[in-house]
Design a protein around this ligand. Sequence first.
Ligand code: NAP
Ligand code: COA
Length: 272
Amino acid sequence: MSTSSSAFDYRGKTVFIAGGTSGINFGIAQGFARAGARLAVLSRSQDKVDAAVASLKELGGEVRGYAADVRDYEAVETALKAAAAELGLIDVLISGAAGNFPAPALGMSAKGFKTVIDIDLLGSFHVLRAGYALLNKPGAAVINISAPQAYNAMEFQMHVCAAKAGVDMLTRVAAIEWGAAGVRVNSVVPGPIANTEGMRRLAPTPETEALVRGSVPMGCFGEVEDIANCCLWLASPMARYVSGAVIPVDGGWSLGGTSITAGGMKQALLAP
Ligand code: NAP
Ligand code: COA
């Protein structure tokens, strides 16, 4: 039985999170675990999977972990089928696996560009495509974890901008095609979130971190709990009429702060 300490009640529900073993996605997993859900997380590293499963189990409830690469359709499908068999059909499917590195367009090889497209965009297609058959329909919720790069062009981020714009289009098309089956599909767009790998890569110094913070209208970084709380609401009956939406959780950052962020990143990269 879960030691639930949540405003939401996900007892008896199965939640599958691709990329759920660290950072924002792990925070989302913790949020659903605290709300009593049965959890399944997937990522490449068996060590990260094992650590995430052990930590989530401490919150109570059933947890499964699968080591797989979202670029491998068969591996993703196998993990999803195993999760559905062991925990029950999937009520909440979250696609959040992603890769990022800052590099100018002329500083990345075709393989570097394709690597990010393959993880973020093709990987999300794999999760959605293989996951649909295993959703508990009607009533299931699908959430793609996007990024402000989807709609704010950002230097050194051509690969991520293209990939996440594509992810938001997966959201919109799936929302249209799957609405009649009672499946809602939405994107959640985190802004700069404290203590995450993404921010360590994009704002690697105290100076660039301060620049990013200063570019957020609310004047602070978000916490992983902010993203988890949005997902808890979005997957709940409280959001039963929300589908095809792209929802920023970013303190207003996407209204214009990202160019300042990129400037900070550029300064960091050009620094001796
Ligand atoms: P993170 O900790 O590096 O999370 C990425 C997760 O995806 C990890 O669990 C990683 O585990 C997994 N992963 C990476 N490549 C994979 C692959 N090929 N197959 C399967 N799993 C894979 O990074 P984060 O900063 O928290 O970012 C999480 C999500 O939030 C991403 O979708 C990112 O685009 C989005 N986001 C983050 C921020 C931010 O401020 N950090 C802002 C906007 C959007 P393994 O290494 O074990 O595979
Ligand atoms: N600048 C330019 N190109 C880079 C790069 C950088 N900083 N980092 C990686 N690349 C290129 C590599 O050079 C390679 O291309 P090449 O063989 O033509 O040189 C290509 O990207 C693939 O790199 P590789 O390390 O083989 O990929 P991978 O599949 O093992 O790892 C990454 C994928 C590169 C995205 C890796 O950073 C990763 O696993 N990230 C996951 C965590 C993460 O990014 N978290 C933040 C999420 S927002």
